[in-house]
Design a protein around this ligand. Structure first.
Ligand code: PBG
Length: 344
């Protein structure tokens, strides 16, 4: 509430504005603001990304993502439990693969007993009602840090798709609910859909990273999965140019035609215009990924006392809803869910 100040002598004339409409009337108090509120963030809107690492009873900090940890499988199960308690419908899993298991071909991606598959099995066994999403891309598994196979300095599209299909199959076999190809190869959604159907995984959903931009905001994620130091060159021949917007619609259109059930725009905050265009154009379930760099940015400012972290987090997440997103992948998911529950 505002404090009253001692009235000072008025030295100017109050204008007679003759206003019929005063937008401020609808903002006069909290109940009035609640009444006209257009968008609301609920726990149903959240997907929580988790990083998994080999070992037992491990929770290892990630310097560029304060508050986020790499979790051994048993600890990932504990965070899955936390997600259940907080009514977060779905988690997403990303592995930190031991460097000794990385190779040129990303062979470990298709190992039915890799970290991701182990985690999915352990989590689904204890919490069958929690949604589990798995990324499909080779970068956590390749020695060069790229999402695809390389020959002669070029990413091989079609050969990569063949590997991604196998990766998707071992994940589905492990019990993954949503396959999320984040590699940006052409034609991978259709190939994965066909293979899933042939193998009888008719109910496994596909959330396509449809409009994924070549972004500077993935830096902390690459620290988290240990690909930052090994990545040679950049991902601009497959991830989208940040200058483009029409191209995002074309990518979404293709992924939907190939069988995507849901689409994603990534990163989030700098691409809210894309979220809005995709939602307005296709009217399909549309998600945004508030990526690692966005998380790091907010945390850095908040930890310096430069912004009010709690408020900035909730405001940023509400922005996704306002832009038309049906949900948000965000490292703030548990924090936001706690705030949402406390405010009820
Ligand atoms: C891998 C992948 C990336 C992210 C999700 N899946 C990084 C990349 O494409 O280099 C980024 C997520 C984040 O920054 O939080 N294909």
């Amino acid at each position: 509430e505002l404090r009253d100040h001692a009235p000072r002598p008025v030295t100017y004339d109050t204008p007679s504005l003759g206003l019929t409409t005063r937008p401020r009337r609808n903002r006069k108090s909290e109940w009035a603001r609640r009444l006209v509120r257009e968008n609301v963030l609920t726990t149903d809107d959240l997907i929580w990304p988790l990083f998994v690492i080999d070992g037992d009873n491990q929770r290892a900090a990630i310097a560029s993502m304060p508050g986020v940890e790499r979790l051994s499988v048993d600890q990932a199960v504990r965070d899955a439990e936390r997600a259940m308690k907080l009514d977060i419908p779905c988690i997403a899993l990303f592995p930190y693969t031991d460097p000794s298991l990385r190779d040129e071909m990303g062979t470990e991606a298709c190992n039915a007993n890799n970290l991701v598959c182990q985690s999915v099995r352990a989590i689904k066994k204890e919490f069958p009602d929690l949604g589990v999403l798995c990324d499909v891309a080779l970068d956590p598994f390749t020695s060069h840090g790229h999402d695809g196979l390389i020959q002669g300095g070029k990413i091989l599209n079609d050969e990569t798709v063949a590997v991604l299909v196998q990766q998707a199959l071992v994940q589905a076999e492990a019990g993954c609910d949503i396959i999320a190809p984040s590699d940006m190869m052409d034609g991978r959604v259709g190939a994965i859909r066909e293979a899933l159907d042939d193998a009888g995984f008719l109910d496994v959903q596909i959330m396509a990273y449809a409009a994924k931009y070549a972004s500077a905001f993935y830096g902390p994620f690459r620290d988290a999965i240990g690909s930052a130091k090994t990545l040679t060159g950049d991902k601009r021949t497959y991830q989208m140019d940040s200058a483009n917007s029409d191209e995002a619609l074309r990518e979404v259109e293709l992924d939907l035609a190939e069988g995507a059930d849901m689409v994603m725009v990534k990163p989030g905050m700098p691409y809210l215009d894309i979220v809005r265009r995709v939602k307005d154009t296709f009217a399909v379930p549309t998600f945004a990924y508030q990526v690692s760099g966005e998380y790091a940015m907010i945390m850095a400012a908040a930890n310096n006392g430069w912004i009010d972290g709690d408020r900035a987090i909730m405001e940023s997440l509400l922005g996704f809803k306002r832009a038309g997103a049906d949900g948000v992948l965000t490292y703030f998911a548990p924090h936001a869910a706690e705030r949402i529950k406390a405010s009820r």
